[in-house]
Design a protein around this ligand. Structure first.
Ligand SMILES: Cc1cc2nc3c(=O)[nH]c(=O)nc-3n(C[C@H](O)[C@H](O)[C@H](O)COP(=O)(O)O)c2cc1C
Length: 217
């Protein structure tokens, strides 16, 4: 199998963001530009974003509408970005694919973040009504996720249970399981390249990139 591009292969969703790292407006703008150029059904472009930089008022309001479980880590990310979808298009027609489009736009944003040496973790457990009220969003805009973006830091800063999850081996279903038809049988053949796990232990990831984290065992 051909190698994955490293921006995709190296992507993962951390919780251990560096709590002092900040992002420039240029960097944030490039993330939003990546989202802007994502494809959308009938070019309806139904995605809208609100960006909070750590310690600004918008960030506080976004943070306040996260679930307590995500508040344990998300506050350290340099930015929190609300990803919202419009309910209706230009002709007041409903936008049945807007959620699909929004997910794709955030995927593009994620790859651009990787290109800047940053990582992303998306959060779906949000108070959408609270976000709409606190951020004064129009009625036709539905917040769907919050995306935390920042630089990966020392997982030792996390509470013990989250740290264990942070360095755990990531696994995926075998590719054959995702497919039907002829390709399923072909890919079911034993092939070390198409295994269930990427085989990369998070602890190894931290060791390779952040020598100061050698204490992780
Ligand atoms: C739509 C969506 C919603 C998610 N919601 C949450 C969430 O509420 N809290 C959280 O900690 N992670 C959340 N995640 C992150 C996933 O748990 C994570 O992407 C998944 O475990 C796979 O790990 P990886 O991204 O490192 O490959 C979400 C991811 C996506 C795409």
């Amino acid at each position: 199998m051909a190698e994955l591009h490293h921006l995709l292969a190296d992507r993962w969703s951390p919780r251990s963001f560096v709590g002092t790292h900040t992002m420039s407006e240029d960097e944030v703008d490039s993330l939003l530009d990546a989202a802007r150029w994502a494809p959308s059904a009938a070019d309806s472009q139904p995605c809208r974003f609100v960006v909070g930089h750590r310690d600004d008022e918008t960030h506080k309001r976004i943070f306040a509408n996260l679930a307590p479980a995500d508040q344990r880590w998300a506050g350290r990310a340099a930015v929190l970005i609300v990803a919202a979808r419009l309910r209706f298009g230009r002709t007041d027609a409903a936008l049945p694919y807007a959620d699909y489009d929004l997910g794709q736009a955030v995927a593009h944003l994620t790859v651009q973040a990787m290109a800047l040496g940053l990582h992303v973790r998306q959060v779906v457990d949000i108070d959408a009504a609270g976000l709409r009220a606190d951020l004064d969003l129009p009625d036709d805009m539905t917040p769907r996720t919050v995306t935390a973006v920042g630089m990966v830091g020392d997982p030792a800063q996390l509470p013990a249970d989250l740290r264990d999850r942070e360095v755990r081996l990531r696994r995926r279903r075998p590719l054959a399981e995702l497919l039907l038809g002829r390709d399923r049988a072909r890919l079911a053949e034993p092939d070390p390249q198409v295994g269930a796990a990427r085989g990369e232990d998070r602890a190894d990831w931290f060791r390779a990139r952040l020598p100061q984290f050698m204490m992780i065992t």
